[in-house]
Design a protein around this ligand. Structure first.
Ligand code: MOS
Length: 737
């Protein structure tokens, strides 16, 4: 189904099932422990062998010699695979560096071996006996030091230019009566999802099956085949349940490759989970940024000049963190400049983490907007409202498909009690605690991606949906079932959803907050194909057949149970949603507003988030319950980004030091006492037949800045280097205690 015209009314608009806060259909299985994750596939292999991955002990250089004899002789050991005996390996399209290093080492904890043994403990013990002699080389690990020589790359890595310039920024900024020129930093961050990367690999002859934890089934299968030198048909990848991804499982990682290699070498099924420390230094992370923002405005508060430049680093061949991209679209202003600069760093690969680009970009931009509002003596909401734009400010002929940023801010201000905020900081107390209110806009682009599905109908009128879409905790199972139930006119209990298998039609996968809208649109397309087949089988005019209440009817004519169409055998519809030029003609984005109340201890600078509210405008909300869960999860990550999350770089040896959940801190329940989410009722006919957009990443964008702005309002201390830890707050707080 080609989607190249704004959607008219269609069966989804009935909203009998879609749009309702239906409980997750996989919820019971999850809480009962019967939803099988990759490392727990006892149902497919009773007694696999276990692999333990050894990570490189240097960040750069080469392996001079590796002695595996003692390990090989250790109890229970079945095989040890290194670059020396792995055979020729290719490299997946989505990987920047090799997943199995040696003799050259590209980064610390790059996998250099997998030890396979009868038990997990035996594999781990044997791995300690592997002797490696390294020849360390030198590398670049310090973004601040490398930034001076960082060029503007050829593009931003996502199909947009790395730099844009509209009008005369420098001149307009110099002339602006009110100016801000400030630099902000955001640290490296780790996804640290609950379920580690994990894979069970089974060979049958030259055919490989991996049960794994991956957001993008087709990418993973294709890159695994490519790396192993197999044909695509030789690899099956199964990922029906994913215990969190956040972008860290978009790509094939070492667990899958080394489980496959280990299983081949050991001649039996092998499972591998990445040890928690490998998550920091072996997999991908969100790269640190240094961001310079300049804003010039008239005394009336209208922005005349805005510039956003960002520096980040990555391995050779990698890409920049696209932290300036939202600034091309978010606020008006005639004279504009954005630029991404990319340094070479030899830390582990940088790549997508929840709302790549916008999440760190909004962390900086939305503090800058708060600072600018203060310079202008304006309320931060009013300053943003005044500088709203309904067109792409760099290309004014391009409109937004929908843009309700102002409505989000107004509704949020009203609900949160924003009018109680004191414009002067450090004025409000609750006992000893200093209280502050902060807000920020939220912005994240909406991406359209091709997505396919197959929908089957049996003689009982039951519907089975098959697509390689993944559910990474987001609710895909449920919204896909809702879509099929709605379009086929049956109840939710009649629908079975099967996901995450490379033998199913290729979906958009889960990433970039595109999963919800695109995967359901693909299911919609397949259901429409099935409806046509059903109507023809029943001798009805497909354009007049109505599907409701488990029946197919022609107005004024026959009405039969849906299952009757399948009496002679199951029927199936298979199709994909494919997009035309609407994403080029219209700018498609999602908007929101964050409001946060914080309390700060005046003596210790301990920050407590007291309340958070997000108001989101993100097209039709397919399921308010799962969407709300996505947004509060994202807001929680935003609070973590504001207050605690950072990978500390050892700049001498080139690795992230705090590589576990004891030292890489993330928010826990006690950190986030109260969250509310409101959705603006809207449906975007430009986005897809579902009229939905992404929302899972919108919720993190701006959330950290709202916390930071709240801290400023509470204390008068402006922290421009995330996270806002006590050591950065205390020196400025001597006067407020
Ligand atoms: Mo997302 S960071 O593309 O899973």
């Amino acid at each position: 189904m080609k989607f190249d015209q704004p959607a008219g009314s269609n069966p989804v608009d009935r909203l009998q099932v879609v749009g309702r806060p239906i409980d997750r259909i996989d919820g019971v299985r999850k809480v009962c422990g019967t939803a099988p994750y990759a490392y727990e596939r006892h149902d497919v292999v009773a007694r696999p062998a276990y692999g333990w991955i050894i990570g490189a002990g240097i960040a750069r250089g080469r392996i001079g010699a590796m002695d595996v004899r003692a390990a090989r002789a250790s109890a229970g050991v079945l095989a040890i695979v290194t670059a020396e005996n792995a055979g020729a390996l290719g490299k997946g399209d989505k990987n920047t560096v090799r997943l199995l290093g040696g003799p050259e080492i590209d980064h610390y904890d790059q996998a250099i071996a997998v030890v396979v043994a009868e038990t997990f403990e035996q594999a781990r013990a044997a791995a300690q006996l592997v002797q490696v002699r390294y020849e360390p080389g030198s590398g670049s690990f310090d973004l601040d030091a490398a930034r001076g020589s960082a060029p503007i790359p050829k593009d931003d890595g996502q199909g947009s230019p790395a730099a844009t310039h509209t009008g005369d920024f420098e001149g307009a900024f110099a002339r602006a009566p009110v100016q801000l020129d400030a630099t902000y930093t955001t640290p490296d961050q780790s996804h640290m999802m609950m379920e580690p990367h994990a894979t069970l690999a089974v060979w049958q002859g030259d055919k490989l099956t991996v049960w794994t934890s991956n957001q993008m089934v087709a990418w993973g299968a294709s890159d695994l085949a490519k790396t192993l030198g197999l044909r695509k048909e030789q690899v099956r990848l199964v990922s029906p349940f994913v215990g969190g991804g956040f972008g860290g499982k978009l790509f094939l990682r070492a667990d899958a490759l080394l489980a496959a290699l280990g299983a081949r070498a050991a001649g039996r099924p092998v499972k591998v989970a990445l040890q928690r420390p490998l998550m920091a230094n072996n997999t991908t992370h969100r790269p640190a940024t240094i961001q310079r923002i300049r804003i010039g405005a008239g005394r009336d508060g209208r922005i005349s000049a805005i510039a956003h430049e960002s520096w980040s680093g990555d391995q050779p061949g990698g890409g920049p963190e696209t932290a300036v991209n939202q600034t091309r679209l978010l606020y008006a202003g005639e004279h504009r400049l954005t630029a991404l600069r990319l340094a070479t760093l030899h830390l582990a690969e940088g790549n997508s983490m929840r709302a790549p680009g916008e999440a760190p970009g909004m962390m900086a931009l939305e503090i800058a907007m708060d600072e600018m509002a203060e310079k202008l003596g304006m309320d931060p909401v009013e300053f943003r409202v005044l500088n709203d734009t309904q067109v792409d400010p760099e290309k004014p002929q391009r409109r937004f498909s929908q843009r309700h940023l102002v409505e989000c801010m107004r509704m949020g201000a009203e609900r949160f009690g924003w009018s109680r905020r004191s414009a002067r900081p450090a004025q409000t107390r609750d006992g000893r605690w200093l209280l502050g209110l902060g807000m920020a806009a939220a912005f994240r682009n909406n991406l359209t991606q091709k997505s396919a599905a197959r929908v089957r109908l049996d003689r009982q009128g039951r519907i089975t949906v098959e697509t390689d879409m993944t559910d990474i905790g987001t609710g895909s199972y449920t919204i896909i079932a809702q879509t099929a139930a709605e379009v086929m006119g049956v109840g939710m209990e009649q629908v079975t959803v099967q996901l995450g298998d490379s033998e199913f039609p290729v979906s958009c996968g889960s990433g970039g907050q595109w999963g919800g809208n695109n995967s359901t649109a693909g299911v919609y397309a397949a259901c429409m194909a099935l409806r046509e087949t059903v109507a023809r089988r029943l001798g009805m005019d497909p354009s007049r057949a109505e599907f409701a209440g488990g029946r197919v009817s022609v107005p004024g004519g026959r009405s039969v149970p849906l299952g009757q169409a399948a009496q002679q055998g199951e029927l199936a519809g298979e199709d994909a949603i494919e997009y035309g030029d609407l994403a080029k003609t219209y700018q498609q984005s999602t908007f929101g507003a964050h409001f946060v109340e914080v309390a700060v201890d005046p003596f210790t600078a301990e920050v407590r988030v007291r309340r958070m509210l997000a108001v989101c405008a993100a097209g039709r909300i397919l399921n308010p319950k799962t969407a709300r869960s996505q947004v509060i999860g994202a807001m929680t990550m935003g609070a973590g980004a504001a207050l605690m999350e950072h990978l500390a770089v050892d700049k001498r040896y080139g690795f992230f030091v705090n590589h576990d959940l004891a030292s890489y801190e993330v928010p826990v329940h006690a950190d986030i006492p109260h969250q509310e989410v409101a959705f603006l009722g809207e449906a975007d006919p430009i986005s897809s037949p579902m009229k939905a957009k992404g929302v899972g990443e919108l919720g993190i964008c701006g959330a950290a800045a709202a916390v930071a702005n709240g801290i400023y309002n509470a204390t008068g201390v402006r922290v421009r280097d995330y996270p806002a830890t006590l050591d950065k707050l205390l020196p400025g707080m001597r006067d407020v205690a």
